[in-house]
Design a protein around this ligand. Structure first.
Ligand code: UDP
Length: 315
């Protein structure tokens, strides 16, 4: 049994991680300032004897009493809309927040895992993206606040590993979806699903020819656990290689929800990556991991979640 600190534990991915550790019998300290996470995401664990919630902004010194075996650093705005609205907190949590979380892990002799991202590849010039690709990031563009913070976080994590001998992991997370995504976080999955369920037009940015590859949350959580159990310190991509254009994705959502929604085209955001597809050879070979949940299955579960949220709102 371990004691695990999850920063950003009130977020979409963080809350699923909290649940997965509790299920294994571990003790979870969930830390969040609800900047983009939410109380509702962890409400189901509130009375669990092994769950504790700490309201704290990890960009300031982190104090946790008692032993900690794992520090999982997931705190950060992660939707492009959020980090464009919160540019400085995003830079701070990726830099200062990562430094604080690493410092805590070092003091506690804990294993540290950084939630990194496919955004470190920027608008990639290669496809698929493997871990040895250095990326194509515009440091001074609007997305730079997230991309560069995460790149800095990776560099800082490797420095703690190399200089302090800290036991570290870096997971590069590709587009992930599932229940507990915020309905209004601006990302394509909640946008399209809620638009389709409400019968509103789906807002496709640009011509919708940019590609993404979507993985279901359960696959990601399994990948993170396997990475933790490994001894790999360099980054590992965890994502679903099933790539499609955003226009194809919009049509898929309309089909699955049996919606009568139309499609409208809106301007493409600046520096929007044109392609994104993980090369997961490393995860397959090293962790014996690959995604299991099909897009249809994952979307059906996610649509069900958003349907319930919309019903609650009407009440
Ligand atoms: N997108 C879109 N319509 C929306 C929201 C997003 O066409 O209502 C596009 C966006 O331009 C991007 C892709 O969908 O190409 C994925 O965007 P998201 O915000 O989910 O995250 P990203 O993968 O860019 O980090």
């Amino acid at each position: 049994m371990a004691r695990v600190l999850i920063t950003g534990g009130g977020g979409f991915i963080g809350s699923h991680l909290c649940g997965s550790f509790l299920k294994r019998g571990d003790e979870v300290v969930c830390m969040d300032n609800y900047s983009t996470g939410s109380h509702e995401n962890v409400a189901g664990f509130a009375s669990h004897p092994k769950f504790a919630f700490v309201d704290h902004n990890v960009s300031t010194f982190i104090d946790v009493q008692g032993a900690v075996d794992y520090v999982l650093h997931f705190a950060s705005p992660a939707s492009p809309v959020d980090y464009l609205e919160l540019p400085i907190p995003t830079l701070k949590v990726g830099s200062l927040g990562t430094h604080n979380a690493l410092g805590l892990a070092k003091a506690k002799k804990a294993t540290f895992l950084l939630a990194s991202t496919s955004e470190v590849y920027g608008d990639p010039l290669v496809r698929p993206q493997s871990e040895d690709y250095w990326g194509n990031v515009n440091p001074v563009g609007p997305r730079g606040v997230y991309d560069e913070a995460k790149r800095f976080a990776e560099a800082m994590t490797m420095a703690y590993h190399r200089f302090h001998g800290l036991d570290t992991r870096i997971v590069r997370i590709f587009n992930t979806y599932g229940p507990r995504m915020r309905m209004r976080d601006g990302r394509v999955v909640p946008n399209f699903i809620t638009q389709a369920l409400k019968g509103e037009p789906l807002t496709v940015y640009g011509q919708g020819q940019q590609t993404r590859s979507f993985q279901y949350i359960d696959d990601l959580i399994e990948g993170i656990h396997r990475l933790l159990e490994s001894d790999e310190h360099l980054p590992v991509n965890i994502g679903n290689p099933h790539e499609m254009t955003i226009l194809e994705f919009a049509k898929k959502i309309i089909e699955i929800t049996r919606s009568k929604s139309s499609i409208v085209y809106k301007p493409l955001p600046q520096d929007d990556p044109q392609v994104r597809q993980p090369d997961i050879t490393k995860a397959k070979n090293l962790l014996g991991w690959e995604p299991k949940v099909s897009l249809e299955e994952g979307l059906l579960r996610t649509i069900e979640y958003f349907r319930d949220r919309l019903r609650e709102r009407k009440r």
